[in-house]
Design a protein around this ligand. Structure first.
Ligand SMILES: Nc1nc2c(c(=O)[nH]1)N[C@H]1C(S)=C(S)[C@@H](COP(=O)(O)O)O[C@H]1N2
Ligand SMILES: [Mo]
Length: 437
């Protein structure tokens, strides 16, 4: 297990007390927004106003370095430039998830796309000078700029689900160590790029190729030169399938700095960790890749049933491949009040490389289920939107449960077997509603 994964978020006061500059850096990303640096010293008044929800008439009186009282709640409300409403789970590295009601759009806006960093994002990002090298077991190793990618390959636009393998970890008992993701380490943005398969074909994958190995420009948390934060890969069959993109645009704009600007992989339907951010190199290997977070227990689950809390030997783990069938209720927001006796329930469903066939809702703790309307995906590997009008027989507290079933007939379970690292939790999404009648 990583040392960093044990860290819990600290209050913003403590955080600024210890090191105001690095606090600014962590929250606003010194890296990508050099002009914002020292924002709390008065450098970024507009940013501050945006965070606080209004201009500051007495800003001239505001002591340098003062922490606005509006931030007293902790990190949750702190703005990450270009992000909105995310819940920060860890600040070093930055990890933030999206509350379900902010995932209601069919296409997740960039400001609501979660952030999962294993290391320190690159400091100098120059999209013009950026290059991607394809090497290893290929006929023609090549180094391409983003302009080269655009010029030499078909540029495609796809809505693609990225979900962290640890999404839902917070609900395992006994607790699994790592970021305590609840529901929101998932998103479906519109990505523009070229197909990974097209680029690999152009490089000419040689016989004996087994796995890709992905490299990015972020640094290991230790800051140690040459030490990688994460380097994962794909079996060749998945790498060569058409849905994976080497992406340079997110929702029609350059990628967000925390989502991998200026270039990343998007490998929908498989653990988010396959989607290398700040992508610099793809190597084709004659063996299963063994980079950081490929081995041991990282992004792996036991290959046999284990008892909750059981110690499992490393050799009894398998690499996670496709993500399981899942659904998320995005409207109404949990804990809202309903006036009247009915409400429109809406959300999304997805299932690794498969299509979702059915989404059902229950308001009686799973005793009976009604079918929701389910739309087709916008394209392969996009999530599907469901909706249903739900009627409540009388006033009171209800839970709405959602259950998706995919085209292989596999449904979300009520409960899931425990695993040591808390991966692949695809149990029903449940929201609470108080019906006022
Ligand atoms: N270079 C690099 N790529 C990375 C990571 C990282 O830490 N460094 N995190 C991975 C993990 S674990 C996930 S779930 C996704 C999350 O993508 P996002 O931060 O854009 O939401 O990025 C993946 N790609
Ligand atoms: Mo992840």
């Amino acid at each position: 297990m990583d040392k960093d994964e044990k860290k819990t978020p600290q209050g913003i006061y403590k955080y600024y007390e210890n090191n105001p500059d690095s606090a600014d850096e962590k929250i606003f990303g010194r890296v990508t927004y050099p002009d914002r640096r020292g924002f709390l010293k008065g450098a970024g008044l507009a940013t501050m106003a945006a965070v606080l929800g209004g201009a500051i008439p007495f800003h001239r009186n505001m002591p340098a370095g003062i922490i606005p009282a509006a931030f007293a709640e902790g990190l949750d409300d702190v703005m990450i430039e270009g992000k909105d409403g995310l819940t920060v789970l860890n600040d070093r590295p930055m990890n933030a998830e999206t509350p379900p009601h902010l995932l209601n759009d069919d296409i997740t806006p960039t400001r609501h796309h979660f952030i999962r960093n294993n290391g320190i994002p690159p400091t100098e990002v120059d999209a013009e000078a950026w290059t991607l090298t394809i090497d290893g077991l290929v006929d023609k190793p090549m180094t391409l700029s983003i302009a080269d990618l655009r010029k030499n390959f078909e540029v495609v636009e796809q809505q693609l689900v990225v979900e962290c393998g640890g999404n839902g970890r917070a609900f395992f008992d006994p607790k699994a160590k790592g970021n305590q993701w609840t529901y929101g380490a998932v998103a479906c943005s519109k990505w523009t790029g070229v197909r990974l398969a097209d680029v690999l074909k152009a490089a000419g994958v040689k016989e004996g190729a087994v796995y890709t190995a992905h490299y990015g420009a972020d640094k290991h948390l230790s800051g140690q030169e040459g030490k990688l934060a994460i380097s994962r890969g794909l079996p060749m069959a998945k790498a060569m399938s058409g849905e994976n993109l080497i992406a340079f645009e997110q929702n029609g704009e350059p990628l967000h700095p925390m989502n991998g600007a200026p270039l990343r992989l998007v490998v929908p339907g498989w653990p988010g960790s396959c989607s290398q951010k700040w992508l610099t190199r793809i190597q084709v290997r004659d063996q299963v890749h063994d980079g950081p977070k490929m081995t041991g227990t990282a992004y792996r689950v036991p290959n046999r049933p284990v008892a909750p809390g059981e110690k499992v030997a490393t050799e009894d783990f398998d690499i996670i491949e496709r993500m399981p069938v899942k659904s998320l209720i995005t409207s109404p927001q949990t804990n809202s009040e309903v006036s009247g006796s009915e409400v429109m329930v809406r959300g999304h469903a997805w299932s690794g490389d498969r299509k979702v066939d059915k989404v059902q809702l229950s308001i009686d703790f799973g005793a009976t289920w009604m079918d929701a309307e389910l739309a087709d995906p916008a394209n392969v590997a996009a999530w599907q939107t469901f909706s249903a009008k739900v009627m409540f027989p009388q006033a009171g507290y209800y839970e709405v449960w959602a259950k998706a079933t995919d085209d292989a007939g596999v449904s979300q379970p009520f409960a899931i077997a425990w695993n040591p690292k808390g991966y692949l939790n695809n149990t029903f999404h449940r929201i609470a509603l108080v019906v006022k009648g």
